[in-house]
Design a protein around this ligand. Sequence first.
Ligand code: ATP
Ligand code: MG
Length: 412
Amino acid sequence: MTSLQPIRGTHDILPDEYPRFAHVVEAARAVTRLYGYREMATPVFETTEVFARTSGETSDVVMKQMYSFVDRGGDPLTLRPEYTAGICRAFITNGQQQNVPFKVFAWGPMFRYERPQKGRYRQFYQLDIEVIGSPEPGADVEVIAVGADILDRLGVLKDCVLELNSLGDSESRAAHRKVLIDYFKAHEARLSEDSKSRLERNPLRIFDSKDEGDRALLPNAPLLKEYLTSSAQGFFAGVLRGLDDMGIAYRVNPHLVRGLDYYTHTAFEFVTTNLGAQGTVLAGGRYDGLIEQLGGPPTPGIGWAAGIERLMMLAGAPESAPRPVALVPLGEAAERKALSLARDLRRRGIAVELDYKGNMKRRLQRANKAGARAAVILGDNELAKGVAAVKDLDKGEQKEVALAALAEALSG
Ligand code: ATP
Ligand code: MG
């Protein structure tokens, strides 16, 4: 029998690596809390319609990346490819309309059937924030600032550029759409098959194509910024002004569009040159029509998502975990006493290594391997006196400590 293999495009996060993962989540948790975002979670699967309705049928995600299946009850379900749609669904089905602005932080696994490579997986993890119910440009500025501060806390902001663009409102989009379709129609033979099928449905998406032939047509394509209504222009100016006031550097990129169909007004990405083709670390935008498309009342929203694996590749190592102490009982009575002693110390917040068996030599070897700062040696003599021998494993010094005073002595 051949041995079982992990699924292509998935990866394990082993204990050596996990602190880097947790460090990214912790940084996001700490920063979002400072801005008043509350943490939440939604299920990893939803009815397929939640994503099909919102991401747009022309998006890469819906066209080729969704893990969709019919469950035993016959319902079409999809493993979430992103968080926004699920959070908006949760906002509606839990009647959170009275709780706006609904400012939330979430993280968890996402699933997309794509070609695995460095920084691109089929199961990957995202950080995500959303602000639902705020139509003001100030919300756009705030979510971008939260992203910048998380990147800064991880030490990667200096390696990233914030690019942003306005995708306008529906009026701007309709005006632009016409000329864009004309332009691409004139060059239809050079378009990829995917882009041909996007042409009538959502030509803007062609700006996000990774196909070489499509990309060659982009430098001369008519830009949305020439077609923004004055109110859309005013909105974007408000966002840029707020970023200036916050001291956040940016570059307006008139070619930037986002991978999902539901964006309006602000679209942005923090991009780095340090990850090859997978340079986008954090990306998002405003999605004022999304909640309505899900069947909720018209409600504006804005948010972003960031790939945790990509952040892990860029971020420095976190502070290492506090070092444990090792309990070294010698003999049966001491071994039994060690069980309650270890439990007591752990309840007082001290990390304790206690081997299930072994002689002194073996236990001390294990203590070193675990990086223990001290060994607490407990033999029959010590037990009789109600003490333990505490050996500082860095300095080699040893002293006797009463069992009752052990927790205090080890806390320092
Ligand atoms: P890309 O252009 O790299 O495919 P995207 O536009 O599909 O990105 P989003 O849907 O905006 O990405 O997701 C937000 C972030 O999630 C990305 O910027 C990236 O950091 C991360 N991400 C997206 N897809 C993957 C993946 N397959 N593996 C790892 N991280 C991913
Ligand atoms: Mg993608």
